[in-house]
Design a protein around this ligand. Structure first.
Ligand SMILES: Cc1ncc(COP(=O)(O)O)c(C=O)c1O
Length: 367
């Protein structure tokens, strides 16, 4: 199985399964990374900064924190920098020490995995197909009464949809009432144009049980370096920092993060423009092939394959042709025929559509 470690983007496993040496030749739609690559100048800066690895990184992440604070319009006390959003989630779990954690399926598998790794029991509610795999606010609010911490993806992975700001407010109010930490995972929110973004960021001063988790690895295309952060009330932010292993965020990641934040709006706007246009075209193309595609707003699309195709069969056939897609058959709440694909540039998306059409036409898609 390509998702041997639970995630997409595993080029080494792909090479083991489908051949192809080191795996660099795969066209990878299984991880959701900005197709533009890192902002201009970041790779050159990293190359020039290699001698800096002879020094320890700043354990207080001060320069990056102050740039983040400036760009987000908040005080640096609210920010905790992590070795990827994944470490940020772990720090939150360590600081909040919940006995029970709530998740809204289908969702990013690390919510459950990390919670269980840290000894919490995980309880869930499930989204419905009619709501593009969102759960109702009532369901989520009910779940919050039973848990000390709840993870919610905004936009959610793998379906790419947002909850409306009014719904998030109701959930944040419920978090205040129940004393539950509402951990809103905004790992992909930078891909959404500001005017469409549904975020509680400006209201966190009121909702002090709400924490936002952000990733810099996807939007700035640096998943191999690892960089993420959280925005939380200063007491919780300090508790999270208190659980962090010193120097867990490496010096090159800090430098790259600073350069990404300084790279300016042009790269950000180009990314959002490209993703919006290419997602619409890719969605149309996939629907023409008979797939069911909820209208996601992120840089990936969830799709239900036409019967009798299984995710496993299509993934295998595409993998052998050099294209990787993410099976979603293992997500609770989804079925054996669900896959997720990243939105890439025009030519790459066209190659995916061509290869999918050829493969689906040739048949033999049963599990
Ligand atoms: C929804 C979601 N949140 C967080 C992460 C982790 O991001 P990072 O690479 O910053 O650890 C991922 C990675 O795939 C993700 O899909």
């Amino acid at each position: 199985m390509l998702e041997k470690y639970g995630h997409g983007g595993d080029l080494l496993t792909a090479a083991e399964l489908y051949g192809g040496g080191s795996g660099v030749a795969f066209l990878d739609f299984s991880a959701n990374i900005n197709p533009l690559g890192p902002p201009p100048g970041v790779l050159e800066l990293l190359r020039d900064s290699l001698p800096a690895i002879t020094a320890y990184p700043d354990p207080g992440h001060r320069r990056l924190k102050s740039l983040l604070a400036e760009s987000l319009g908040i005080h640096g006390d609210w920010i905790t920098v992590g070795n990827g959003a994944a470490e940020s989630m772990a720090l939150l779990l360590l600081a909040a020490a919940p006995r029970r954690v709530g998740v809204v399926e289908p969702c990013f598998s690390e919510y459950r995995q990390l919670s269980e790794q840290f000894g919490a029991e995980v309880v869930s509610v499930q989204g419905t197909q009619e709501q593009d795999y969102r759960a109702s606010v009532e369901q989520i609010a009910g779940l919050m009464e039973q848990v000390e911490l709840l993870f919610l993806g905004q936009p959610n992975n793998p379906n790419g949809v947002q909850y409306a700001l009014d719904d998030l407010r109701l959930l944040a109010q419920q978090a205040e009432r129940c004393g539950t930490v509402l951990a809103v995972d905004e790992a992909f929110i930078d891909f959404i144009p500001e005017e469409r973004r549904q975020s509680l960021l400006p209201e966190l001063g009121v909702y002090r049980h709400t924490v936002l988790i952000r990733s810099m690895t996807k939007f700035f295309a640096i998943p191999g370096l690892r960089l993420g952060y959280t925005i939380a009330a200063p007491e919780l932010a300090a508790a999270m920092t208190g659980k962090q292993v010193s120097w867990s965020v490496n010096g090159l990641a800090l430098l790259a993060g600073e350069a990404c934040l300084r790279s300016g709006r042009d790269y950000e706007e180009r990314t959002r423009g490209l993703i919006a246009a290419e997602r619409a075209a890719l969605r149309q193309g996939l629907k023409r092939l008979g797939c069911e595609v909820p209208p996601g707003e992120a840089n990936f699309l969830l799709l239900g394959l036409p019967a009798p195709w299984s995710a496993a069969a299509l993934q295998e056939k595409l993998g052998r042709s050099g294209i990787l897609v993410r099976s979603c058959a293992m997500y609770p709440g989804l079925g054996p025929g669900h896959i997720r694909v990243a939105v890439k540039g025009r030519e790459d998306n066209a190659r995916l559509l061509r290869q999918m059409e050829k493969t689906l036409r040739a048949g033999m898609g049963e599990a």
